[in-house]
Design a protein around this ligand. Structure first.
Ligand SMILES: Nc1ncnc2c1ncn2[C@@H]1O[C@H](COP(=O)(O)OP(=O)(O)OP(=O)(O)O)[C@@H](O)[C@H]1O
Length: 366
């Protein structure tokens, strides 16, 4: 196991990149600490697989360094890097038995036969495929094959890390949940550094202690699920995490805060200070649907809005309101009674009203 550091990493698949858009990874610095259970979360095409392949050595980065425990490994072959990688589709030998598939990486590493037997049985038990050990892999179901593929990654005790690239895509939804719990349990039991790639936030937060959110070839935030929810560092994190995502509204600078249309939103003095010291015109405010307060009566600091839609999701409701020319989502309890077309009064608790400049969160300096 090792700490994996990515230093000033950048990668373009083009031989002659002309601009930032030609890069799959853009100036990325990151550390995956030893023994952590991490998720790498982001939309399709943001560079997740490229990053994993750079770590395992399948792709040589155009710029920057990959360090394992502080030592540069750019020149090492995938084999010498000793990374186990589990892909979206099973990578197994169909003509071999499950036992031989699991034993293969150990035989390759000249592990003694008695140790191989014990380890194969241990992993088969964890993955609940003991009864399949002497079956030919080609006779397994898709789920079972992917379990074997995972087992081939998990069986080696000496790996630097295990990288999972959307490993549960082909798995039946019910089993998916079970396998994710299993992986978490395996992490706790064996204390291996694991990076789990997904574009599903639920999958990320049930597996990982910390999530790296990737967008446009960069890691825009690395934090716990709670940090990503309560303090999104980037508008993309606000939008991508949560269901529905954060309300984001383009605004202009105004006295004591910001405005859009005829609506003035006052901000904290330190936020106003930052606005006065900077020139960017790309300014947004963000608030999560869960934190917007709705009342049927007006008071100081409330904004009049119209209810446009109410979606009943059983235990709660998602209400769409229109404030000025902006539509916002609000999460309300199941006893929310206002009907479509009625007026409601919104307030934005200061603690949850975020200010973004050039898409990044404006933070209070100590
Ligand atoms: N072999 C390749 N040659 C050229 N471009 C590539 C290659 N592999 C990936 N890309 C491009 O690099 C960018 C990042 O792709 P990558 O596969 O790393 O993203 P991803 O986040 O893993 O996406 P997905 O979730 O769809 O697998 C995309 O624009 C993709 O089209």
């Amino acid at each position: 196991m090792a700490e994996i550091q990515l230093k000033s990493l950048a990668h373009s698949y083009s031989d002659m990149p002309e601009g930032p858009d030609d890069y799959a990874i853009r100036q990325l610095d990151h550390v995956w600490h030893k023994g952590g259970a991490y998720a790498l979360l982001g939309p399709s095409g943001c560079g997740k697989s490229t990053m994993l392949n750079i770590i395992s050595g399948l792709v040589q980065p155009s710029e920057g360094e990959v360090l394992f425990d502080g030592k540069r490994v750019n020149e090492l072959s995938p084999r010498d890097r000793n990374i186990a990688q589990v892909f979206q589709f099973p990578v197994i030998y169909d003509s071999m038995t499950v036992y031989d598939n699991l034993a293969f990486p150990l035989k390759n590493n000249k592990v003694p036969a008695s140790k191989i037997k014990a380890r194969v049985h241990e992993i088969a038990e964890v993955l609940e495929i003991q009864d399949k050990l002497y079956k030919k892999a080609k006779n397994l179901t898709a789920d079972e094959k992917q379990k074997v593929s995972m087992g081939r990654g998990l069986v080696r005790e000496d790996v630097t890390a295990i990288l999972f690239d959307e490993p549960l895509t082909v798995i039946d939804p019910q089993l998916k949940w079970k396998l994710r719990r299993k992986l978490k349990q395996i992490h706790e039991q064996f204390d291996i550094t694991m990076v789990y790639v997904t574009h599903d936030q639920l999958e990320a937060s049930t597996f990982a202690d910390k999530i790296a959110v990737m967008y446009g070839g960069q890691i825009v935030q690395f934090g716990t699920p709670t940090e990503l929810f309560e303090q999104p560092n980037h508008t993309f994190v606000g939008f991508f995490i949560g269901s529905p995502g954060m309300n984001l509204i383009e605004v202009q600078r105004c006295a004591r805060g910001v405005c859009f249309g005829n609506t003035n939103v006052s901000l904290e003095p330190w936020q106003v200070d930052v606005l006065q010291r900077t020139r960017s015109t790309n300014i947004k405010i963000g608030i999560r649907p869960e934190f917007v307060e709705v009342s049927s009566v007006a008071s100081d600091d409330t904004f009049e809005a119209e209810v446009m839609d109410v979606e009943d999701l059983g235990t709660y409701k998602i209400v769409t309101v229109q404030l000025d020319h902006e539509k916002m989502k609000v999460r309300e309890s199941e006893d929310f009674a206002a009907s479509i077309g009625s007026r409601v009064y919104l307030s934005f608790p200061k603690q949850w009203l975020k200010l973004y400049m050039d898409e990044f969160l404006v933070q209070e300096q100590d």
